[in-house]
Design a binder for this molecule. Structure first.
Ligand code: SAM
Length: 226
C-alpha cells in the first residue's frame, strides 16, 4: 500500500491518537513557525491539527496555507478551515487559512503564488511529514525554495531513540512506528541539526520526537522564490 492509501485508511482515527500524543512538540513548532512573520505554509498538513493554533498565533494579518496530497486527510483540514473562517468573519483574531491538495514535493509555484502574494513564506512547517513523504528530500527542497531569505524552516518528526540505553528499544519501537505511520524513521532527519544545519532543536517523549528550526540564509527579497 502506498502512502496515500495508508493515510486514506487511517484518516478517521488519525486525530484520536496524534492530537494528545504530540501536543508538546506541536506547541513548540507553532511557537517557532508563527514568530517569523505573517505568511506561513504547512507542508504535509494532514487533518490540519496545527492550523487552528497557527491561525491564532499569526493573527488577523496572517496568511496560512496547508498542503497535503491525501484527500480524506485534507477534507478534515478543510472542515477546520471552514470553522476558522466563520470565527474570523465574526471578528476573531485569526489568520486567513487555505488548504491545497498537492504533492508537497512538486507543488507548483502558481498554485501557491496567489495565496502567498509575493510567493515567499516567512516560515514553513513540516510536522510528521518528512519521515512519511515518499520523496522527502523533494519536500525539504520545496520548503527551502518556498521560504524567503531569512525565512524559518520548522521540522517536527519522530526518530529512533538514542544514543543512551533507550536505543535498545529501537528494534521494537522503530518497526511499530514505521508501520503505524507508514514512515521511515531511519531517514537522517535528526542529523539535519546534529550536522549543525539547524539553529535550535528540542526533543520530546524521551527523544522519540524532535523539533528543530533553521533560517534560510540571505537577505530578505521583494520577489518570491517559488
Ligand atoms: C503523519 S501525517 C502528519 C499530518 C500533520 N502534519 C500533523 O502534524 O498531524 C503525514 C501526512 O503527510 C502527508 N504527505 C506525505 N507525503 C506527502 C507529500 N509528498 N505531499 C503532500 N502530503 C504528503 C500525508 O498525506 C499525511 O497526511
Amino acid at each position: 500500500m502506498d502512502t496515500q492509501g495508508w493515510y486514506r485508511l487511517i484518516a478517521p482515527v488519525y486525530d484520536l491518537c496524534c492530537r494528545p500524543l504530540y501536543a508538546a512538540p506541536r506547541r513548540q513548532a507553532v511557537a517557532w513557525a508563527s514568530a517569523n512573520g505573517p505568511r506561513v505554509v504547512e507542508l504535509c498538513c494532514g487533518t490540519g491539527l496545527n492550523l487552528p493554533p497557527l491561525a491564532r498565533a499569526i493573527g488577523r494579518q496572517g496568511h496560512l496555507l496547508g498542503v497535503d496530497f491525501t484527500p480524506p486527510m485534507l477534507r478534515r483540514a478543510q472542515r477546520r478551515v471552514r470553522r476558522l473562517a466563520r470565527q474570523r468573519a465574526a471578528g476573531a483574531p485569526l489568520a486567513e487559512v487555505q488548504v491545497l491538495q498537492a504533492d508537497a514535493a512538486q507543488v507548483h509555484r502558481d498554485q501557491a503564488h496567489a495565496w502567498l502574494g509575493d510567493g515567499a513564506a516567512d516560515a514553513v512547517l513540516i510536522s510528521f511529514g518528512l519521515a512519511v513523504a515518499p520523496d522527502w528530500q523533494g519536500v525539504l527542497e520545496r520548503a527551502w525554495r518556498c521560504l524567503r531569505p531569512g525565512g524559518r524552516l520548522v521540522l517536527v518528526d519522530n526518530r529512533p531513540l538514542g544514543p543512551g540505553r533507550r536505543r535498545y528499544c529501537n528494534p521494537l519501537l522503530v518497526p511499530v512506528a514505521n508501520f503505524l505511520g507508514h514512515a521511515r524513521l531511519q531517514r537522517p532527519l535528526a542529523n539535519l541539526h546534529e550536522e549543525g544545519q539547524m539553529a535550535e532543536s528540542r526533543t520530546f517523549l524521551g527523544g522519540f520526537v524532535f523539533a528543530a528550526t533553521a533560517y534560510k540564509p540571505g537577505k530578505p527579497a521583494a520577489q518570491g522564490v517559488w
